[in-house]
Design a protein around this ligand. Structure first.
Ligand code: BG6
Length: 672
């Protein structure tokens, strides 16, 4: 048995004890038993949980039950949880209030209210309810201990920890700097509670960090690395500490690496890509599970996990496996064996193929493979390629990337995020800055270029669990159309439409179009269309990262005399005096301004003009030294060579879009 497999099995044994979780409905206790105890799946988030269809059905079932008996408290609790899961928070609160009036001080009411207020980002209130629930029923959090409460308290402290400059601590209150052993050995660390917490909230990034520490100390470097990587992908606020742990593991691997046997240690990027590919695989499985569940719902409000799983198997959907994570034997990950073996196998395979199918067929196969490899036969190229002016190929992380090359300039665009990552007029230097540590692994947004932030700017106004800067930059967009203009410019139009995924974040029906027009200047038009029946409000940003030679010798002109909200000083309203020069962290929302900005990069001897339409706010951002270090996908020295000038709809610059209506925001980048 492979050493990695043996280690894996040991860890599985350790984790395979039955657990109870934060169980707060009539049906969930039985389901707990069926959720995986397999640690690798927990890390990857690949375990059964109900989809929106299930909760919709719960609403129908409980409506009937309550019509028959309005005092049925259990039914009302299930109904409230269904509202909560469907992000209909006000309706959930109304139901909990009704319960509290008729049957006050119930454990479930307060446990669920704790979850609800955590979702709304009101951590003090969430903590109050969880404390109350534990006082009512001290054993209520069987399998979870006080970990949920610790999680809430930690979430509420992140900002202070960041600002105080003190060594941050994990949610068990142990400083990251004390190392993995301190966490793993602390009396408060309990694997069972940890596992249950991940089941209750698999996006809680610090639980994965702590699990990584526990696994590392148990000697399972592979699973530990994976847990750390997942914590990083989930935007852990202290990702530099994660990088330290990962470096530690890599050092260990380097020592243990059996080089003589021809094995290699794959690079960090390779591992990152590999784990993010597996994450996508896990997400696909969960989506397939929930789709299958939706098909099996029969109006009774029941959906047994085991039944759904076996139906899924029958439908041919296999559970992904993650056993091959032998990071030390790098070549094995890719090719299933050392190089010599795989070369030999490929050679033998080719000979057999030649003998069986003959030269003609082989020729066709090779031709097709070349077509695929070069992207020539890709349906996107056939439909939108414009004779090679636009080329779709696999870019970093295997993601689809369009390269536009015309008589004026070249540009690159990823469909993930509708994200422009390069723009360079011929004879000039690259205009956009890209992070060398950017992660090309959906749903993570790409760092650098032009992220599309939409439908809100910055943190969600009420729910901190929702992605910062909206969700458009985390989604795969589709190609809408492509066009060559008579003057040689090229327009590539991408589109993002509402679907189940977007509705999980934002309940509206929409179409978001990004037109990328590449000429001597880069024109980006972001059009928000309301294709539903209710009006909605949009904010957002074309969050452009500009490349500079030297921030110390650069300035931004055009905002002199304008007022800005200083995001680093509690949104204090201040007035710009002269040009903006950056010599510390800068994070400002300039308000009531439609002005064009000019970036003067003295060291590079160039100016870039940033014009706009449909925007009355502009954000200027540079993370400077400390924040650069805190961001996992941003190089420590990155702040020296970039500045973000963002065309935004931020703060009060929001737009209501009526059904059938649209809002258009434009950014025009002209390197002078
Ligand atoms: C800017 C915000 O627009 O984006 C900053 O004003 C933020 O506060 C920055 O740090 C980067 O955000 P993110 O989510 O891409 O790390």
């Amino acid at each position: 048995m492979k050493r990695s497999t043996a280690l894996f099995l040991i860890v599985v044994q350790l984790f395979a004890r039955p657990v109870g979780a934060c169980v707060n409905t009539r049906y969930s206790r039985a389901e707990e038993e069926q959720i995986t105890g397999d640690v690798v799946r927990l890390i990857m988030g690949q375990f059964a949980h109900h989809g929106p269809a299930f909760y919709q059905e719960q609403l129908r079932v409980t409506a009937k039950e309550l019509a028959a008996d309005p005092d049925n408290v259990e039914a009302r609790n299930d109904r409230a949880v269904a509202f909560l899961k469907l992000a209909r928070y006000n309706e959930a609160i109304a139901e909990f209030e009704k319960i509290e009036r008729t049957a006050p001080n119930r454990y479930r009411t307060h446990a669920n209210l704790g979850v609800l207020h955590k979702k709304l980002g009101d951590f003090p209130r969430a903590a109050e309810h969880i404390e109350k629930s534990l006082a009512i029923q001290p054993g209520g959090h069987l399998g979870l201990g006080d970990y949920y409460l610790r999680m809430i308290r930690w979430l509420g402290r992140i900002k202070d920890m960041r600002n105080s400059g003190e060594e941050p601590v994990n949610f068990l209150n142990i400083p990251y700097a004390a190392g993995s052993a301190a966490t793993a050995e602390a009396a408060v660390t309990n694997r069972e509670f940890l596992e249950t917490l991940i089941k209750a909230d698999h996006r809680f990034t610090d639980a994965l960090f702590v699990l990584g520490d526990v696994l590392l100390e148990a000697g399972d470097t592979e699973l530990a690395y994976r847990a750390y990587e997942r914590a990083r992908m989930l935007d852990h606020p202290f990702s530099d500490r994660i990088r330290d742990r990962q470096r530690q593991i890599r050092k260990r691997w380097e020592k243990e690496l059996p080089r003589k046997e021809g094995y290699i240690l794959p690079g960090t990027r390779f591992l990152r890509d590999e784990i993010s590919r597996e994450t996508r695989q896990a997400e696909k499985w969960v989506a397939a599970f929930q789709a299958q569940e939706a098909k099996l719902l029969d109006g009774s409000g029941k959906a047994d996990f085991a039944v759904v799983k076996s139906a899924l198997k029958e439908a041919g959907v296999e559970e992904p496996t993650y056993l091959m994570a032998s990071f030390i034997k790098g070549e094995e990950i890719n090719h299933g064996g050392p190089k010599e073996n795989s070369m030999w196998l490929v050679g033998a395979g080719l000979v057999v193929l030649l003998l069986i199918v003959g030269g003609g067929f082989l020729f066709a196969v090779i031709r097709r493979a070349i077509g695929r490899f070069t992207g020539r036969d890709d349906p996107l190229n056939l439909r939108f390629g414009h004779g090679g002016t636009i080329r779709f190929r696999r870019g970093l992380g295997g993601l689809t990337r369009a390269t536009i090359r015309n008589e004026h300039a070249t540009a690159e665009v990823y469909l993930h995020g509708g994200h422009v990552t390069a723009f360079q007029p011929h004879g000039k230097r690259e205009v956009l800055w890209m992070s060398e540590d950017a992660v090309f692994a959906p749903p993570k947004a790409i760092r650098g270029g032009v992220p599309v932030c939409w439908p809100w700017f910055g943190p969600h106004p009420t729910d901190p669990d929702k992605p910062q800067h909206g969700f458009a930059r985390n989604q795969r967009w589709s190609v809408n159309s492509a066009e060559m203009f008579a003057d040689g410019r090229t327009r590539l139009s991408l589109i993002l439409r509402s679907d189940a995924h977007t509705r999980a974040h934002w309940p509206h029906v929409f179409e978001l179009e990004l037109d990328i027009i590449v000429g001597r200047e880069l024109r980006l038009e972001l059009v928000s269309r309301n294709t539903g029946e209710e009006p909605f409000v949009v904010g957002g940003a074309l969050h452009t990262y500009f490349a500079l030679d030297d921030i110390n010798r650069a300035r931004v002109e055009g905002l002199d005399g304008r007022e800005y909200l200083d995001q680093l000083d509690g949104m204090a309203r201040k007035r710009q005096d002269g040009a903006i020069r950056v010599a510390e962290e800068v994070d400002r929302i300039y308000v009531d301004t439609e002005d064009e900005c000019r970036i003067v990069d003295e060291a590079a001897d160039r100016e870039i003009h940033v014009g706009k339409e449909g925007s009355r706010s502009t954000v200027v951002w540079n993370p400077w030294t400390e924040k650069s270090k805190r961001m996992g996908d941003y190089p420590d020295e990155g702040y020296r060579t970039m500045i973000c000038i963002e065309t935004t709809n931020a703060d009060e610059d929001l737009h209501t879009v009526e059904p059938g209506g649209e809002h258009r925001m434009v950014q025009v980048i002209s390197p002078a």
